[in-house]
Design a protein around this ligand. Structure first.
Ligand code: G3H
Ligand code: 13P
Ligand code: ZN
Length: 327
């Protein structure tokens, strides 16, 4: 059993309370390789905000359960060294399992050094979702690990549902679910959607701020999580298509709407696709412009720099949690 505190991680409790107080959201950045991990930590160090480093089930399997926590712990030690040199405060990092789909996977993540887990029972019927979430909460809390649940099905890739009225989570259900399960935070459906093809061209459903406000009235100081919140930067999509890729009509969430949502009880905003398109655009451009290069450090190094810029911009301009520092 790895102790997450000894590895340098924190659970999400304090960081979410801070986010609630200051009306911003923290990033939940999904990672699956070293360059993304380094870019996330470096960006958040520069913008001086806490971060939730997220590992999906597929990333858990891709990296390997024994490598994840020690690898990110090593990156945190490096970040602390960099902070000293740059005279900046080291940042707080939570290691979070994203979309855990079983009790067993959550237990495995906790035993392997995670400080936070998500149990996604959103595909189960309500009673079963409550039962499973409660079981994970009871186990996780014994180790001071925080738990995120999910209620409601997001539009888009989750079940191919479209963003119409009946898929939005109801505020009264949020209150009941939180009281019955004891979860520390909850992902709800308010109009966002996973992936790089969130809507058809010309469509841009509004994030339901009214639902977020209604939840806030029912549950004081309770952290809400927004999944599927990538904006899919169009300059990256243009580059991908220009340099041999094929991603026509890739569309994300309007960043201004995410900015507004970050001022509500939304404490964490999940971003994965923006990182994927930024990295892909960068590598495609390198391959076309420098076909003679075959050292991965060259093109992955450029991609890491591009990621760093994207994350910093996101922290400052979209989530409102980051600030410009001297560098
Ligand atoms: O919300 C889902 C994440 O984008 C994870 O994607 O399962 O391909 O790692 P993945
Ligand atoms: P995006 O696909 O919009 O990046 O969402 C990622 C996510 O919600 C991870 O849980
Ligand atoms: Zn998600």
């Amino acid at each position: 059993m790895l102790n997450y505190k000894k590895l340098g991680f924190e659970n999400t409790k304090k960081m979410y309370q801070e986010a609630l107080k200051k009306n911003y959201a923290l990033p939940g950045y999904n990672v699956s390789n070293m360059e993304q991990i380094q870019a996330v930590l470096s960006a958040c160090l520069h913008t001086q905000n806490s971060v939730v480093m997220q590992i999906s089930k597929k990333a858990y399997e891709y990296i390997g359960e024994k490598l994840i926590a020690p690898m990110i712990a090593g990156a945190i030690l490096q970040m602390k060294e960099d902070a000293k040199k740059m005279k900046l405060k080291p940042i707080t990092v939570a290691l979070h399992l994203d979309h855990g789909d079983s009790f067993e996977l959550c237990v495995s993540a906790i035993k392997n050094g995670f400080s936070s887990v998500m149990i996604d029972g959103s595909h189960l019927d309500y009673k079963e979702n409550v039962k499973l979430t409660k079981k994970v909460v009871n186990f996780a809390h014994k180790y001071s690990v925080t738990v995120e649940g999910e209620l409601g099905v997001l539009a888009g890739v989750e079940d191919d549902v479209s963003a119409d009225e009946n898929v939005y989570t109801r505020p009264e259900d949020v209150e009941d679910f939180v009281n019955k399960t004891g979860v520390d935070s909850l992902a709800i459906a308010v109009g966002t959607s996973h992936g790089a093809y969130k809507f058809k061209p010309g469509q841009q459903p509004k994030i339901r701020l009214d639902i977020l406000r209604a939840v806030e009235k029912r549950l004081k100081n309770f952290p809400i999580v927004l999944h599927g919140s990538s904006s899919i930067p169009q300059d990256a999509i243009k580059k991908i298509n220009q340099y041999g890729g094929k991603m026509p009509d890739a569309i994300g969430i309007d960043a201004k709407q995410v900015r507004e949502a970050s001022k509500t009880p939304v404490c964490k905003v999940n971003i994965d696709s923006d990182s994927r398109v930024t990295m892909s655009a960068s590598i495609r451009e390198s391959f076309v412009k420098s076909p003679e290069v075959f050292d991965p450090r060259a093109y992955l190094g450029i991609a890491r720099e591009d990621l760093l810029k994207m994350y910093m911009k996101k922290n400052i301009e979209v989530l409102g949690c980051g600030r410009k520092t001297a560098k």
